[in-house]
Every structure is written in C-alpha cells, then in structure tokens.
Design a binder for this molecule. Structure first.
Ligand SMILES: *[C@@H]1O[C@H](CO)[C@@H](O)[C@H](O)[C@H]1NC(C)=O
Ligand SMILES: *[C@@H]1O[C@H](CO)[C@@H](O)[C@H](O)[C@H]1NC(C)=O
Ligand SMILES: *[C@@H]1O[C@H](CO)[C@@H](O)[C@H](O)[C@H]1NC(C)=O
Length: 328
C-alpha cells in the first residue's frame, strides 16, 4: 500500500516537473520576451554613440516604429495584455537636442491601462524618470531656473512631483490653475521634533499635524487664477502664454525652463504656433504635455482630434527640436 502511494506520488511528480520545466530554446509564452539587451546598456547614458537612421529629422522618424499597428488586432498572447502598461520604455529612434528620449508609444499619451483597470493611478509618471533632461544635462548651471505649470490642478498633482523629483533646483514656479477651488495653497511646514505623539502601541507612531510644504518652497511659487491659451482676454481671464513667457517673464534661451501643460484641449492652438516659433524651442528646455483627443475609453471632452493627430503633433514637436514627453 505505502509503496503504491509512493509510486503514484513519484509518477505525478515527474509529470508535473516535465510540464513546468522548459527545455532550453523554448519560449515562455506567458511573459513578453525580453529584447532589451541590444540597447539597455547604452540607453540611459549620454555618451552612447547609437546610430540614428537617415529618417531622423523628419516626422516619420520621430513616430514609433509600431506606428499604425492596430493593437486590438494583435492576437492575445503577443504581449497582451501587458502592452497596456507603461513600461520604462525603449529610446526613440531619433534623438532630440542630441539626447536620447523615450519612444513615442501611444501608451504614454493614452490612459489605456487606467481605462482597463490595470493601474489605479491615472497620473502614473515614473516611466519618465530615466528620460528627464535634468538627468542628462546639469540644468542647475543656469542662473535663472523656472518651472511653469499650466493647468496645475492641486499642489500634489504635479508641482510637488517636479519640486521633489525633478533633478533641478527651480528658483521660480509659475502655476496656472483656472479653478480657484482646485488649487489649495500648501500650509506652513511642520516641526519635525515635536510633531509626533506616541500611541498605545509604541510601534504605531502618529503625527499631530500632517507635514506640509517647506516655507522656502512656497516662497518660490506664483499662482495665477487664469486660463492659458494663445491669446489674451482680460474679461474671461485668458492669458496668451507665449506673450507671458517672452514678455512678462522675459525668459531667454540661456535660462532653464521646464514646462508642464495639461490644459484640456487648449494645447493644440498653442503648440501649433510654437511649431513655427523658433524662439520658443530655444527658450523651453523640456516640455511635458497631455495632448487631448477623442477616444471612447479616455473620456476627454475633445471631439476635434484623433489619437493619430496627437501622435503626429508630438512627432512634429520633436522634429522641430522640442524635448517633449506625453504627460502623464
Ligand atoms: C482596430 O481593429 C478593431 C478590431 O478589428 C476595429 O474594431 C477598429 O476599428 C480598428 N481601429 C482602427 C483605428 O483601425
Ligand atoms: C540640481 O539641484 C538639485 C537641488 O539641489 C539637486 O537635487 C540636483 O541633483 C542637482 N542636479 C544636478 C545635475 O546636479
Ligand atoms: C500672443 O503673444 C505672442 C508673443 O507676444 C504674439 O506674437 C501673438 O500675436 C499673440 N497672440 C495673439 C492672438 O495676439
């Protein structure tokens, strides 16, 4: 009897082991195959001598190699559903301002992962970290260092991220938020030494006040309760952002200027002007923009533009020399 049980056990063991042990050369179809080796070693370094194809300098060269592939037509198993996720990403075929930048895959300007509930955070932006210009050149070397947040929303949604994560010590922050109820000015900083109370459970330390933003950070911030567009209109509080950058702030090519733009559709008219404006491409070091368009899963209120047009806009901006990323 015992011998019988041991025998059955051994037979099952052999079957199971065979089923899950891959012979060499076999591809694991459940995981996307990792093809990163040909580029990963040099991908994040400034000195890499990656050869660029001849099409660089054209819009087509700046579009991703997968451009035009209809993802819903790919059979399940070829990377799906994982191609809905924002991976750290490959570098684009063409450099911008001489620097490697992430490939313009649609997922970076598309909330597919969020819409399909693969991720919880619509604002997930950590895939951008390796490609930040501030990680490639020292943006602290400019005397004037400005961060412009157009469509700031709450302090936590992007200003805080840029002040904490972006490798530049911004001396000025100019934030536009048209809805006065959305932007809550951060309160005073907290006192690190006396802000804790000890709980009954000694390991559960609790703060008395929620830590706030340091005063030095608040002093650098300027908040404008206006909408941003490509024309001025005082009666409806609309600001011509090009004029504001050139004439009000008097920003120059020698300054460090990083811009984030999330203005619910107004980006189209502004960016189409900037494509023809050689001052703006020199003034702005790095640009983050959420380009809005129509897609049933994205629920943006924009009926005028398609996702293809959004990809083309990004590619055109890069062709003109804007170091631009889809935001978030
Ligand atoms: C992609 O393919 C799906 C399924 O065949 C189709 O419904 C959809 O219209 C296609 N999208 C585009 C942009 O061609
Ligand atoms: C620029 O300054 C900030 C703040 O001091 C620092 O965190 C960052 O590493 C600096 N960047 C470089 C490239 O030195
Ligand atoms: C916005 O400002 C720019 C820069 O001053 C200017 O060239 C442009 O004509 C202005 N737009 C309008 C509609 O006035």
């Amino acid at each position: 009897m015992v011998v019988c049980i041991i025998l059955i056990y051994l037979i099952i063991e052999v079957i199971v082991t065979n089923k899950y042990t891959r012979k060499s050369g076999e591809v694991d179809e459940f995981r996307p195959t990792c093809k990163t080796r040909s580029w990963s070693q040099e991908a994040f370094t400034m000195s890499s001598q990656q050869k660029e194809p001849k099409i660089c300098g054209s819009v087509v060269g700046c579009l991703p190699e997968t451009y035009g592939i209809n993802i819903s037509k790919l059979p399940l198993g070829e990377g799906r559903p994982w191609n809905q996720m924002k991976w750290m990403g490959k570098p684009a075929r063409c450099r911008v301002k001489g620097h490697l930048i992430e490939s313009l895959d649609d997922i970076y300007n598309f909330r597919r992962g969020w819409a399909l509930k693969y991720v919880k955070d619509v604002e997930d932006k950590y895939h951008l970290v390796p490609w930040l210009l501030g990680n490639r050149v020292d943006l602290n070397l400019s005397k004037r260092r400005v961060y412009l947040d157009l469509g700031a929303n709450s302090f936590k949604s992007s200003i805080q991220w840029f002040m904490q994560m972006y490798p530049c010590d911004f001396k000025e922050v100019h934030a536009f938020e048209s809805n006065p109820n959305v932007f809550e000015f951060p309160k005073e900083e907290f006192d690190e030494d006396s802000n804790f109370k000890v709980q009954k459970n000694k390991n559960a330390i609790a703060v008395i006040k929620t830590p706030e933003i340091p005063k030095w950070m608040i002093k650098r911030m300027h908040i404008y309760n206006s909408l941003v567009s490509d024309f001025d209109d005082e009666s409806t509080k609309i600001v011509n952002i090009t004029r504001f950058i050139k004439e009000t702030l008097k920003l120059k090519a020698t300054d460090t200027v990083v811009v984030k733009m999330d203005i619910e559709g107004n980006e189209w008219s502004i960016l189409e002007k900037w494509l023809e404006d050689s001052d703006m491409v020199d003034i702005i070091d790095e640009l983050f923009v959420e380009v809005h368009y129509y897609h049933p899963s994205v629920r943006w209120d924009n009926k005028d533009h398609t996702r293809d047009q959004a990809s083309h806009l990004f590619a055109s901006l890069r062709t003109k020399g804007f170091y631009v990323h889809p935001w978030p």
